[in-house]
Design a protein around this ligand. Structure first.
Ligand SMILES: Nc1ncnc2c1ncn2[C@@H]1O[C@H](COP(=O)(O)OP(=O)(O)O)[C@@H](O)[C@H]1O
Ligand SMILES: [Mg+2]
Length: 258
């Protein structure tokens, strides 16, 4: 299954992506986790140490490699470069692996003016397409709200887009915009996951603001998630509740999507 996770900044995309990856790894699946948020911190949420993360160099920073594969110099606009660079070897070469979970970090593209049709962007999009279309592991992509890295050709391969919301209007608005973007991109299965749910009122608020999408599950507001961040570990390693809730989301997904 190929799963993309989106939502407003701070709602808990990375937390959910990290714990989902670990849960699937624990269940015996090979998981490819792609950090596609420019503010890359999925590695920590999965439970990789800073030392281990040195192996997962953000691809956008590898200027020479981008140049080698695309034939373009970084930041040089208007120059010619390949639109189909070779990317097949990247997931195994530039990643770090532990407990069945392999992490690839895309990194931050410095946008050059209106819309970025630069070589870095082409490489990252090609990689994401490759991963979605060709790789046979479970794929989890931690995205930004805008779905920028998704190319039209690959979105048909996304089995589920999970939009994370917290009990609050701002994250609902982002979810509605994401729903539109996703529909334009041809993504079929879009779900809401609630996070930071404190009580039944929060749950009701989320259910009343699904905007026509279905709720795939919820994570409660959880002090252990904050504690994990303080300690620099994954919530998966210090909390049973988030494991159970995330396991439920995965079960629901597997039931819903065939
Ligand atoms: N269920 C939760 N309970 C309490 N805090 C949470 C929960 N989920 C996430 N957080 C906290 O919210 C902040 C943003 O989470 P993060 O997963 O980084 O969001 P995003 O990737 O959407 O920006 C972090 O400080 C995280 O520890
Ligand atoms: Mg994040």
């Amino acid at each position: 299954m190929k799963i993309a996770i989106s939502g407003k900044g701070g709602v808990g995309k990375t937390t959910l992506a990290g714990v989902m990856a670990r849960t699937l790894g624990e269940r015996g699946f090979k998981v490819l986790a792609i950090d596609a948020d420019p503010d890359s911190n999925l590695g920590g949420a999965i439970g990789f140490t800073p030392e281990e993360l040195k192996e997962a160099v953000p691809l956008a920073q590898m200027e020479e490699f981008i140049e080698e594969r695309t034939g373009a110099k970084k930041g040089q606009y208007g120059s010619f470069f390949k639109l189909n660079p070779m990317v097949d070897d990247i997931p195994d070469r530039f990643s770090v692996e532990k407990d069945n979970v392999r992490l690839v970090v895309l990194g931050n593209i410095v946008q050059g003016g209106g819309g970025c049709f630069c070589a870095e962007n082409v490489l990252l999009k090609s990689l994401l397409s490759h991963v979605l279309i060709e790789r046979d592991e479970y794929v989890i992509v931690d995205m930004e709200a805008g779905l920028e890295h998704l190319g039209r050709g690959s979105t048909a391969y996304i089995d589920a887009l999970i939009v994370v919301v917290e009990p609050g209007q701002r994250s609902f608005q982002t979810a509605y915009q994401t729903k539109k973007l996703a529909a334009d991109l041809g993504i079929k299965n879009i779900f809401i996951a609630g996070n930071k749910v404190m009580n039944n009122n929060d749950l009701t608020l989320i259910k009343e603001n699904l905007g026509g999408l279905s709720l795939i599950g919820c994570l409660g507001y959880n002090g252990k998630v904050l504690e994990a961040d303080r300690q620099g570990v994954s919530p998966y390693d210090i909390d049973m509740q988030i494991r159970a809730e995330t396991g439920q989301i995965i079960d629901n997904l597997e039931k819903t999507i065939e």
